[in-house]
Write a protein that binds this ligand. Sequence first.
Ligand code: FES
Length: 122
Amino acid sequence: MPLCASEDLADLGQAVCFDVEEFGRKAPAFAVRYEGQVRAFLNRCAHVPAEMDWQPGQFWDADRRYIVCSIHGALYEPTTGRCVSGPCRGARLLPIRTAEQGGQVCWYPDERIQPLSNPSHP
Ligand code: FES
């Protein structure tokens, strides 16, 4: 599934947010670039199932080292989605597979995460 242009994701920059369907329900997701690689996850904290960005598309902590949940401060490794600090230490964000080719970033559905079946409906 096309996600965005490569240039839309700067290293440690603003995320590109998108919606997917998880087990038939709409779920928010995001992609960031970290050390040159695109990483995408469901936008759902492993502590409480809530969206994590403190401003839309802002997921980095002050040091731009970890993905941070703005609610209680859980820190997640951007390479793995594993929580390294906070109330859900050891838990993980749900990753979404991505690939980048020819200046385009794509994501791949799996048995759990699918494209929205009706993107025009909330
Ligand atoms: S909801 Fe994310 S750390 Fe509590």
